[in-house]
Design a binder for this molecule. Structure first.
Ligand SMILES: Nc1ncnc2c1ncn2[C@@H]1O[C@H](COP(=O)(O)OP(=O)(O)O)[C@@H](O)[C@H]1O
Ligand SMILES: [Mg+2]
Length: 478
């Protein structure tokens, strides 16, 4: 299996739920196993050791009382020793301070000398020594401590016991086999649950994917409704909203296309009428020819203007990748733009006033910003009165610069204000036609301003004038 495929499998939520459930089941098993079973052995050994030690200490006292180290025939002590040895299935040795074995419950080594590091150590330190001999025996060495006067004591010998761990081991084995059995059962249950849960829990998500695919493939545009979980509900709602938005976008696109066709056809229709009427007449006078041809040329110009504006608008509605941002001097951009519009203003008898409150340099797309502001100034000139004025004010704070374009023109009716940024919208179609607009200018301006992450505002009083305010950040925010 390839690495990519493995990665994909692990990325799946199904696999993860499966693993989590298994871990949730297996980890407690391991903890119980280690925590209880593994400690059982140590615990049982130390309990047994303590028990034996206590008994030996009691017998050790008896040994001293009956002076057993010098005479090992005492019946009471011998009985106690053999009882101890029987009880724990072990061997008891009594050794004196010269390492001579006084008593061996197995009666093998009596009278011999025993050399053992542990015994020597015990004799010297007077501290009991315990150790596990290959797991099968616990070896316990206890000093025989003789109390002397004034709280001192003397080690008179040691008692050495080997206690079998058979009974401990067999109960350990029993518990262990039970534990393994239960653990196996638990594992089977956990695996089953993991398999079941990982499939069952994710079913609703699979249903969502199916529904989305159906919409994607165009079989249906029904809304998704998977109400099993809050999460699936949320995904469904978000998707349905997106679907709604797509429908709106689709509608507006269709509307745009039909508007465009209509707008493009209007000049063509005029041209057709003009051309037809010329063709229908014979011996057309030269002046009439000239007049009609002039009209046709005007219509061609208009067609051209619409197409140019449409192309500008399309450019404006693309992503921010199309932004060609550079740090520019806004003052000189405005000066250049106003100089270019000067002749148009002069023809319309409108005076342009430029007021720059401070030098401003900002990160902008020069072409787009120029187009946006030109449209505003052009409108202010076009929709003005005789001897009117247009005022352009540039200002800035530490975050934004503002360009305010105000005019002494005809103003915009209150009910039209919310529509002026719509494509092809014109307040007064007939009047605007003689002024010669396409209705795309403000749509272009607004898109350009938004592409700069700026805002545009308008306030207008009919018969008094209009103020457009554009506010754009000094540094371009991607
Ligand atoms: N400064 C203004 N004063 C009065 N009316 C304006 C002004 N600017 C825009 N308008 C109105 O808004 C409409 C839309 O403007 P715009 O999108 O630039 O299209 P147009 O090509 O007609 O200029 C204009 O037709 C006009 O009616
Ligand atoms: Mg315009």
């Amino acid at each position: 299996m390839g690495k990519a495929k493995l990665l994909k499998i692990f990325k799946s939520l199904k696999t993860r739920i499966f693993c989590i459930v298994i871990l949730a089941g297996v980890i407690p098993c391991i903890i119980l196993h280690v925590g209880i079973l593994e400690r059982y052995m140590d615990n049982a050994v130390s309990v047994r050791t303590n028990e034996v030690q206590t008994q030996i200490k009691i017998i050790a006292d008896h040994l001293l009382t009956y002076n057993y180290l010098f005479d090992n025939t005492n019946e009471v002590v011998n009985a106690e020793l053999s009882q101890l040895s029987n009880l724990y299935d072990g061997r008891v040795l009594v050794v004196d301070e010269n390492l001579k074995i006084i008593k061996d419950t197995y009666a093998i080594s009596e009278g011999k000398t025993i050399i053992s590091e542990d015994i020597v150590k015990c004799l010297k330190d007077g501290v009991a020594v315990n150790q596990l001999e290959g797991k099968k025996y616990i070896e316990i060495i206890v000093p025989i401590e003789e109390k002397l006067a004034e709280g001192t004591s003397r080690i008179a010998g040691v008692m050495l016991t080997s206690v079998s761990t058979d009974s401990i081991i067999s109960s350990y084995e029993y518990i262990k086999s039970r534990a393994y059995l239960l653990e196996m059962c638990a594992l089977v249950v956990v695996f089953g649950m993991a398999y079941f849960l990982s499939r069952k829990l994710l079913k609703p998500f699979e249903r969502i994917t199916e529904s989305i695919n159906e919409v994607k493939n165009g079989f249906t545009d029904e809304e998704i409704n998977v109400r099993d979980y809050t999460e699936t509900e949320r995904i469904g709602d978000a998707f349905n909203q997106m679907l709604g938005r797509m429908k709106v976008l689709d509608d507006s696109r269709q509307e745009f296309v039909s508007n465009v066709s209509h707008e493009l056809k209007t000049p063509l229709a005029s041209m057709k009428v003009l051309a037809d009427s010329l063709l229908a007449q014979e011996d057309v006078p030269a002046e009439l020819y000239r007049e009609f041809m002039t009209d046709i040329a005007t219509e061609i110009d208009r067609e051209n203007k619409i197409i140019t504006d449409l192309l500008s608008l399309v450019k404006m509605t693309r992503t921010s990748e199309d932004m060609n941002v550079e740090t520019m001097d806004i003052n000189s951009i405005l000066e250049l733009l106003l100089k270019r519009l000067g002749p148009i203003a002069a023809r319309a008898g409108v005076k342009i006033i430029f007021e720059s409150r401070r030098p401003v340099s900002a990160e902008v797309d020069e072409v787009k910003l120029t187009l946006a502001l030109s449209n505003l100034v052009e409108n202010a000139i076009k929709y003005n009165i005789e001897d009117g004025w247009v005022k352009v004010v540039l200002d800035a704070d530490h975050q934004y610069f503002t360009v305010e374009v105000s005019d002494s023109g005809i103003g915009i009716p209150q009910e039209s204000i919310e529509h002026i940024y719509e494509r092809f919208y014109r307040v007064d179609k007939s009047h605007s036609k003689e002024i010669g607009g396409t209705g795309l200018g403000l749509a272009i301006t607004r898109s350009a301003v938004l592409m700069h992450r700026g805002s545009i505002n308008v306030s207008s009083v009919e018969g008094v004038g209009t103020v457009f305010t554009v506010k754009i950040p000094l540094t371009y925010i991607v």
